[in-house]
Structure formats: structure tokens, C-alpha cells
Write a protein that binds this ligand. Sequence first.
Ligand SMILES: [Cu+2]
Length: 134
Amino acid sequence: MDKGIILAGILMVTILALSFYVWNIGRNATGAAGAVVGQDWNGNIKEFKIEAKQWVFSPDEIKVQKGDKVKIILMSRDVPHGFNLPEFGVNKYIEPGKETSAEFIADKTGTFTFSCSVFCGGGHLAMNGKLIVN
Ligand SMILES: [Cu+2]
């Protein structure tokens, strides 16, 4: 093959790689800004972390305001558990060693019980907590 063609090829690949790199930086920057806007949804997203282990949720009480968009990050310390909050259409499987998240809008006031929905041993039925929406 002609040396000139090889050089031109290398140059093309280099230019392509560089432009992809620059394009990717721009894309990531937009993504980050978009994420911030997303979190600002309604100006009042509330994020919580709840840890599940035999046979408690920790914390077992969370408080939000009506209209809040609520995000709950769920983790299990031992066996698989569940997070069931039927009034808000939430039922998640919590796999040990993996974060699971649930999102909903607290569109009604009251005290709602969340409970474990995956059989996890002797204390399973007593494994629950409270969501208070004011
Ligand atoms: Cu359980």
C-alpha cells in the first residue's frame, strides 16, 4: 500500500477519535446539567436511604410534605427483603449488596405503613415502618 494512503488513514482515525472525545465531553456536561434539573423537580425532591436487615428497616420512620417527590434508596444488609408501600404503588425487591430505588409523589397526607414483602425469616411479619406525609 502507498505510504501516503496509510498516513491519511491514520490522520482520519486520529481526527475521528478526537472529535468523538470532544463530543463526549459536551454530552457528559449536558447530562450532568440535566440531572441537576431533574433533581430540582418541583423544587422539593426528598431523598432517603433505608437499610433493611432482619427484621428492621433503618430508619423506620420518614417524614415528608404533601406534594414532595420522594426517592428512597433501599439496601439490604443480609438476606433479600422487600419494600412495600401499597398506598403509593411501591413494591420493590431488595437484593443484598445492591441498591434499589423507589420513587413516588407523596400526593396525600396521613401515616402510611411500609413493610417487608419478601419472606425473610421469623420476624418478617413484624418488619415494617412508617411514612408520614404532612
Ligand atoms: Cu421480610
